[in-house]
Design a protein around this ligand. Structure first.
Ligand code: DLL
Length: 431
């Protein structure tokens, strides 16, 4: 793999700023953001008043914990435009979450917000090893989802040549990668595996592909999966994080030279970690639920948003801004199996650690006789291998590392549903 470390001279000054400078900027911006939300969004005025806090109570960053949280339910209750802090005609762009359950969550951006979003995505793409003039194959979905258009904004801001492929039509993805010869690909890690399958189907060697870096996010994935993808394509694989409520992709990104967690672009997004059960801030470096407050957003300021994503904050390394560890999973996706907490990422790690298994999997939950059961559906990398031996090996690994008994089915190639974007990891038949 080539060294893609960016030239330090190309970084934004804030990427090299001292902690004191970052804190001073955050404090000033936080004051503005709290006041802006209070003055312009009835929901925030009411929730601050109910909690007995006023933006003038904010003097330093530790005061933020006195302000109330915002939850997804608050955004739904204010559907569609009730959380906007500017008149609708100043909103330049709308995005929305898929809303598979209940109402979609609608978010908006002013022209300034779009500029800032482009800047943080550009910073993310540069941290990933891309530079002006490079070609980018953008396979995140275009549309209401923030992935495609968000990456596109940043690619324009950085000065890349963007191929706006969007998701789906996997054969065509491979054809375009081979013909246009992009240096980077932006895509969910699970869809990257579908692209990898297609390389095999076309009899092409993915290690010979022009790709030098993949920028993967929008769903949890493990370091074991990183190694799998890096080896398969002979390219770097870095992690990009974000969520529509906070902005979209580009809230945090790994640096290609370190790959040691994602630097949170703290000049725009202020992170906290709280205990998911009590909402109390955890001690520095402890794991918990990630909470974000926007520092510059005009159209859709967001105060102490409970992301449900579980991770921890670590000090800066390649950049002075703090890092978040790779997300283990969402608290919503935590399975409690006979008293043991399990995340799909733990099953992913076991699959990657079991030689002979392909990286595709789904988890099926059922409740026969009022006892929860977990079945893991996966595939052999090589169809001639002994699927009984593979399933025993995986079940043993899961028993030893996660501490639960599961049934494993190693099916034929293609038996596990392939991802076209965000993978569906859990099929819940518990009724
Ligand atoms: O998934 C934004 C995005 C697009 C991020 C493209 C990165 C790349 P939403 O659809 O609102 O936005 O979903 C946000 O996806 O709360 C996490 O649970 C999950 N997620 C996003 N990035 C990561 C990641 C986009 N790198 C939700 N690792 C978030 C783990 C991630 N989970």
């Amino acid at each position: 793999m080539k060294d893609l470390t960016p030239d330090p001279g190309t970084l934004d000054p804030i990427e090299k700023a001292s902690r004191d400078e970052i804190t001073a900027l955050q404090t000033e911006r936080m004051r503005w953001s709290l006041q802006h939300a209070y003055d312009n969004v009835p929901h925030y005025r009411q929730s601050f008043d109910t909690a007995g806090v006023h933006p003038s109570d904010f003097r330093m960053l530790s005061d933020l914990s006195r302000f109330p949280f915002t939850q997804k339910a608050d955004l739904r209750a204010n559907y569609p435009f009730g959380m906007f802090a500017v008149p609708r005609d100043q909103v330049a762009r709308i995005h929305a979450s898929s809303g598979t359950t209940g109402q979609p969550t609608v978010v908006g951006y002013t022209q300034n917000d779009l500029t800032n979003w482009g800047a943080v995505v550009a910073r993310s793409l540069r941290a990933s090893g891309l530079k002006p003039g490079d070609l980018l194959h953008n396979a995140y979905g275009y549309g209401l989802f923030t992935g495609g258009l968000g990456i596109h904004l940043g690619a324009d801001a950085l000065g890349l040549t963007t191929v706006p492929v969007s998701g789906g039509m996997t054969q065509r993805q491979v054809r375009l990668i081979e013909d246009f010869r992009p240096k980077g690909i932006t895509v969910t890690p699970s869809y990257a595996l579908s692209v990898l399958d297609e390389y095999a189907a076309q009899g092409l060697d993915p290690r010979e592909s022009p790709l030098e870096v993949g920028i993967f996010g929008a769903e949890p994935w493990t370091n074991a999966m990183r190694q799998e993808i890096e080896a398969a394509f002979d390219m770097h694989a870095v992690d990009i994080y974000g969520l529509s409520e906070v902005m979209g992709p580009g809230v945090a990104n790994e640096c290609v030279e370190t790959k040691d967690g994602l630097h949170v672009w703290e000049d725009h997004f202020y992170p906290e970690i709280v205990d998911p059960a009590t909402g109390e801030p955890v001690a520095e470096g402890e794991r918990g639920e990630l909470v974000f407050t926007s520092l510059t957003k005009e159209a859709f300021p967001i105060i102490r948003y409970r992301t449900r994503d579980l991770t921890r904050l670590l000090p800066g390394t390649a950049r002075s801004m703090r890092r978040m560890e790779k997300v283990t999973g969402r608290s919503d996706d935590m399975i409690i199996l006979r008293g043991v907490n399990v995340f799909p990422t733990q099953i992913e790690e076991s699959i990657m650690a079991t030689a002979g298994l392909a990286p595709h999997f789904q988890i099926e939950l059922s409740r026969p006789d009022r006892m929860d059961q977990m079945a893991v559906l996966c595939e052999a990398a090589d169809q001639t291998s002994d699927s009984d031996a593979l399933s025993r090996a995986l079940a043993d690994h899961i028993k030893q590392t996660v501490g639960i008994s599961v049934s494993v089915t190693v099916g034929p190639t293609g038996s596990v549903a392939r991802s076209q974007g965000k993978a569906v990891r859990i099929i819940d038949n518990r009724g």
